[in-house]
Design a protein around this ligand. Sequence first.
Ligand code: NAP
Length: 749
Amino acid sequence: MSAPLFEKVAFIGLGLIGSSLARVMIAENLANQIVASTRSQKTLDDAKALGLIQEGYSDPIEAVKGADLVILALPVRATQKVLESIQPYLSENVILTDVGSTKGNVVDAAKAVFGEHLPAGFVPGHPIAGAEHTGVHAGKVDLFANHKVILTPLPSSADWAVEKLIQLWQAAKAEVICMDVDKHDEVLAHTSHLPHLMAFNLVEQLANREDNLDIFRYAAGGFRDFSRIAASDPQMWHDIFFANKKAILNAVDGFEKQLATLRKLIEDENSQALMGLLGHAQAARQHFNHMLANKPLMEKNKVTTQQFTILPGQKKFQGKFTVPGDKSVSHRSIMFGAIAEGTTHVTGFLEGEDALATLQAFRDMGVSIEGPKNGEVTIHGVGMHGLKAPASALYMGNSGTSMRLLSGMLAAQKFDSVMTGDASLTKRPMERIAKPLREMGALIQTTGERGTPPVSISGSQQLKGIQYDLPMASAQVKSGILLAGLWAEGETAVTEPEPTRDHSERMLRAFGYDVKTEGNRISLQGGGKLVATEIQVPSDISSAAFFMVGAAITEGSDVTLEAVGINPTRTGVIEILKQMGADLTVENERIAGGEPIADIRIRGSRTLKGIHMPEDQVPLAIDEFPALFIAAACAEGQTILTGAAELRVKESDRIQVMANGLKIMGIDCTPTDDGIIIEGKGKAGEWGAIFTGGEIESHHDHRIAMSFSMAGLRTSGEIKIVGTETVATSFPTFTALANQAGLPIQVAE
Ligand code: NAP
């Protein structure tokens, strides 16, 4: 066993916070000896009885003698007095820290006692964790777990002291952040002190009313939630409000200003601006909530896993369904609606995290957006020159589409901007869009290592049109350049080596912008304008594919998938299923928001047959192969796929993961470098079980999970699919729609 981190630890004050840290030290064996000094003998006796300290002293001087760590865990107002008495008795290399909720006044107290030459071991700190109850009995060993602890090292603080304190707090399972003292006090004034002040104030306001009894009796959950923190210790908050007076008064001023704005919007019945403000706040809350909630989920041993179970037995598969909207089109509907003149209504918007990041970015640039609610979004366009500088960096989450397309738009704005993203987006290459934008005159930097985000853009540049030959096919880069071209002088043209998804071109035309496509050359003239329109986001054909396959392998099924996008760059799955003999018809073809859409009807009337999948369809069906492999297993004869090496580098190695699962379920198959050979078990006219059931590992790949779910329509044994939680992000209604159609899927966390 390695030696404890500290020899002797002295707590001055041993209430909620101090005793929680003492509990951690004991559990993690961090100190050879723990002692304390508090005001009352009772606290010391209780602490001894609880086994938290070896010795207790009424005089702090006795406690700190020989200690290599001294922790002030008392009200901040008592700091100076305690420091004055203990100063002559501190060991030479002592680490001296505190846990107070304000930091500026603790540092002032230390300077008053030590003078300008503060001890090297002095490092103020503040755990952002607490509870309404105080005292030595209220402490908990896990109080700090998954919470943040802010250390505010000073110029005089030694690295060794900071490092040891980081180790201490990490042992408490806290996340340690270092910050400067003023920043700490400003941040806390806004995020902790102001909310407490408002909670006390609201309760006081209502308590002073004559009808206060009625008010509290009928108070709803909102009041309970909002006022919970007004139950905190008045003495502590009294001290904090004085200790952090300057920053708190600033925060109160900001609050009053914002409240006056809100008040005026209500007084003037300014519906559009009020919706914009409330929508922006709601979205920001969800956004931050997500950021806050994400952390523990990402911890290795805490990854939530979900499991689907499907029981054997005859099933029908019928009905009319609308699957979620297409992601690419959802992104663009917000971007183009924002810079259009007039109000754009969007239906079928995919409320997934990526498209929501785009939506938030435009709200941050001052665009009033209502929704999304049940897939409906209303965007009050600000025109080509109406975007405003965002207050801080735009956060793009995991969305490469948002970052690449927005690079083009932001390069042409009058203001500077920065885009950041999550850990995965931060690794994706951004130079491929930055380079052509620079050729247009943009000042754009990829400030991460190796041309990765953050992307930093200096505004006020007049861009010039370019003729750009794309070195590799990419719809995102093409779109980013064309979008910059909207503000550029003259013509902007992109020539692509092979056709890529053309959602941007189609939607720009739907917004009344003239975009020319001549072979592989796409061009537009800068200086025009977009006119608001109605956008119906097509249902995503990749999501529809699971239900298409389900219907194709089930006797007597009849499924119609409504308003599915049939953009020619995406329809490989339709062509392949038809070649396999599926009874599939494309009905009611129409155009919506520039995109071709149709209802797709599939009936289970004949057994599929194995084929050599046409290689020219592979890029047009790349995301649909996992589902098509299930169809192939139910077909009569062999199915061969070649030319699909890309499948090995998707969210999982889709060839290997599918082959493993198929084998578990009794299907003979052979994975190859660029495809797979599957021996179909179907027989013409027979509709019995094909799969044996078994436990499938989806590797958290949503498409693998949904594909094997469809195998549940033809299984003789129970199917368990592990790691299905990712389904919710791309297709939140998947299990509900499957259940409705006749395929019951049990979901267990
Ligand atoms: P607590 O439970 O009330 O404990 C305070 C401790 O300090 C008690 O042991 C008390 O002694 C002792 N004490 C009070 N005045 C003293 C004095 N003049 N000289 C010596 N000891 C004195 O308070 P806490 O919640 O642990 O808070 C301690 C510090 O942590 C405060 O600075 C607070 O701002 C900070 N903090 C609190 C929270 C929270 O949510 N509570 C969160 C983060 C940081 P007795 O036991 O003898 O009364």
